[in-house]
Design a protein. Sequence first.
Length: 234
Amino acid sequence: MDRQLDLQRRQQNGNASASATISGSATISGSATISGSATISGSASLVNGSTPLPTVPTGAQPGIITITMPPIQSNSFYKIAPSEYVTFGWNFSSILVTPTALTVAAVGANGNTYPIGPTDGVIPGTAQSVVWYPYGYQTANPSLPLVQASYTLHIWAQGGPSAFPSPGYLEPNSQLVFAMYTPQGYTPLSSGWQCAGCSGALPQLKINSALPGVVAMIIIMLLSGFTTLRRVWD
């Protein structure tokens, strides 16, 4: 009873700061803002037509994302080229409050952030993969182009990329590192292209090709000389 009266006083003030813990069953009416840390166990609801608060058991773990594609241990390199698509995949665990949406982005070594996917990086909260077309992004965003460098994949929910881990809510993920590169175009020999390091290799190749013949001649000469000396001794 005392806790419920205290909660009503906080509602009347319109703002509850620091830390609030609600256990058992509670109904919040009117307008109340809780900043800092809040833990709700059991059940709680809002009246006046508002959306019910989610129920999170005491001691619940933060929800996490596990990257499945590409494997987190692999070294992944992706082309910035036509018809080259990239797929990122993941699994959820310990999530009790389903995110309303996910934001997926790549943060480059240069500090720039690039949205991943066809919808500016925002996808449904239950999505477990996203397909990205880097070349399409490149052509549509000449003012912020992708560069040949390493990138970190970031996935977060409505709490933002720096959200503090909360029981049952999705924790931001930034574990996957990958690289992007632009392949060089094909240059035909008829265009006059020359291999700068090949001219010095040709004489060496000729010498290496003649070496077996020289060795064979030396062996034959030695055998012939040995045969001649043997006849003389006999």
